[in-house]
Design a protein around this ligand. Structure first.
Ligand SMILES: C[S@@+](CC[C@H](N)C(=O)[O-])C[C@H]1O[C@@H](n2cnc3c(N)ncnc32)[C@H](O)[C@@H]1O
Length: 280
């Protein structure tokens, strides 16, 4: 038997392997670009970004949706000068799956929601990161922030969902979220434990100015929006996480359907948020 342990594969093989990994796992490519950025090497970062931009598009085998690495050219980063945001983000970042771009967008939307009638609702809380961020941003407005989750993982996965089967993200508890809220001194929150809307809708009184829907699957997103419809004032905003994420095709499908509703303006934020603003 020959000894192969110390043999280094030819460079072409390594590139092929890397290509394979990046193609199958787009988030790793983004990670590579981030590492290059953080290494403080602008040339390397540009090479990494251009690599991502040039990488071939692919079609999701089940949904048929086209995907391609989205690497914006703009570099303006207002969150870095937003000290109140950065202070809260530092405390919540270990409690969230949501990146700083989407977190800052939620922060700014929660602040602007002060100008719209109604409270703030997040469905899909997990360990409380984005929920606490919304509550901190909304504190001065006097709005109530409802945070709804089963705290036992994803429910209602179905045939429109390409990856989720149910039960994901069960690695949390309502006490984990309570702890984070206490650490941040947030008392404007009402936690709702159970499937929303079926099991906990009765606790939400009044209208909704901002809905953050981070539920991962088609049927949950649909049911949350059906519940919310009669409670949304003109100017209210719906933000869907998971829009366009590889593996979250159910939510992307739902948002594509909602785009046909002319009571909303639609913004495809390239960070993975679909944003709908009620205009009629
Ligand atoms: C990706 S996690 C939320 C991430 C979180 N926003 C963060 O800051 O990282 C999705 C969550 O949605 C919850 N969920 C999905 N559908 C739900 C429903 N219909 N009612 C309540 N919770 C739901 C799951 O339990 C899970 O914790």
């Amino acid at each position: 038997m020959s000894e192969t342990r110390n043999e280094i594969p030819p460079a072409q093989t390594i590139i092929e392997i890397l290509n394979h990994i990046i193609f199958r796992h787009p988030s790793l490519a983004h990670m590579a670009a981030t590492v290059a950025f953080n290494a403080g090497d602008p040339e390397l970062a540009t090479v990494a970004q251009n690599y991502l931009r040039a990488h071939r598009a692919w079609r999701h085998e089940k949904s048929g949706f086209f995907h391609q690495h989205v690497v914006p050219y703009a570099t303006y980063a207002p969150w870095l000068r937003d000290a109140p945001f950065m202070g809260v983000y530092d405390k919540v970042k270990a409690h969230t799956l949501v990146d700083i771009y989407r977190c800052h967008e939620l922060w700014t939307l929660a602040k602007q929601a002060a100008r719209v009638d109604g409270d703030i609702l997040e469905v899909g809380v997990w360990r409380g990161g984005t929920g606490a961020l919304l509550a901190a941003a909304a504190k001065a407005s006097g709005k109530r922030v409802y945070l709804a989750d089963t705290f036992q993982g994803v429910v209602k996965a179905g045939e429109k969902d390409t990856n989720y089967v149910g039960g994901e993200h069960a690695d949390t508890s309502i006490d984990v979220v309570r702890g984070l809220l206490a650490e941040l001194g947030l008392d404007n929150v009402q936690l709702l434990q159970g499937i929303f809307p079926e099991e906990t809708q009765g606790s939400v009184a009044g209208g909704i100015a901002l809905l953050h829907c981070d539920v991962d699957v088609y049927a949950s997103a649909r049911d949350v929006v059906e519940w919310a419809f009669p409670r949304l004032a003109v100017g209210s905003v719906l933000v869907f996480d998971d829009y366009g994420f590889h593996g979250c095709e159910g939510v992307t499908t739902f948002c594509e359907e909602l785009r046909g509703d002319d009571r909303f303006l639609f913004v495809h934020n390239l960070n993975g948020h679909a944003v709908f603003v009620r205009i009629a």
